[in-house]
Design a protein around this ligand. Structure first.
Ligand code: ZN
Length: 159
């Protein structure tokens, strides 16, 4: 199977929350939380040889905008500001994902969880089309995530 973990995902899974500075996970003060996010953002950047969106895999160098830190499970749904719940993603995926945690699989109509970049392997849920310009869903999670995040929008496909 082509789902062997990349160096990136392997490094993700080995990261622990202890890598964060003391106090960075405190939830009571926004300032403390923001410092934690900035620190995590730097950590995420050092994990990538070439930073790219955790969802659509668009490389940052082609996006024209810096990647953003995404709460994979939104804070409004109980997600915490910890490395295990954060990833770098492009503005488009982040904006379309917003506070969603589930979406409908367009093939079956079932409502399923969105792809979780920290817990799941990208290559298990997504494949590239022959020309390498469009992401195709290999699973219900992949298909639902592509639709919800509009991962094949014209701007990204045109990169
Ligand atoms: Zn993206």
């Amino acid at each position: 199977m082509g789902g062997a973990p990349t160096g990136l995902s392997a490094r993700f899974s080995k990261q622990s929350e202890s890598a964060l500075p003391p106090g960075s996970t405190a939830k009571s003060a926004h300032g403390v939380r923001n410092r934690g996010v900035r620190s995590i953002s730097l950590t995420l950047r050092t994990e990538h040889s070439e930073p790219r969106c955790a969802y659509c895999h668009s490389p940052e160098r082609l996006l024209g905008l810096p990647l953003e830190v995404d709460h994979i499970i939104p804070t409004t749904a109980g997600g915490r500001t910890l490395l295990a719940n954060l990833c770098l993603c492009c503005r488009s995926c982040n904006g379309h994902k917003w506070q969603q945690t589930h979406a409908q699989d367009p093939q079956t109509g079932r409502r399923v969880r969105l792809y979780h970049p920290r817990r799941q392997q990208w290559a298990r849920h997504f494949v590239w089309n022959r020309s390498g310009t469009r992401v195709l869903g290999a699973t219900a999670t992949g298909r639902a995530t592509i639709m919800a995040l509009r991962m094949n929008n014209a701007l990204i496909v045109g990169l």
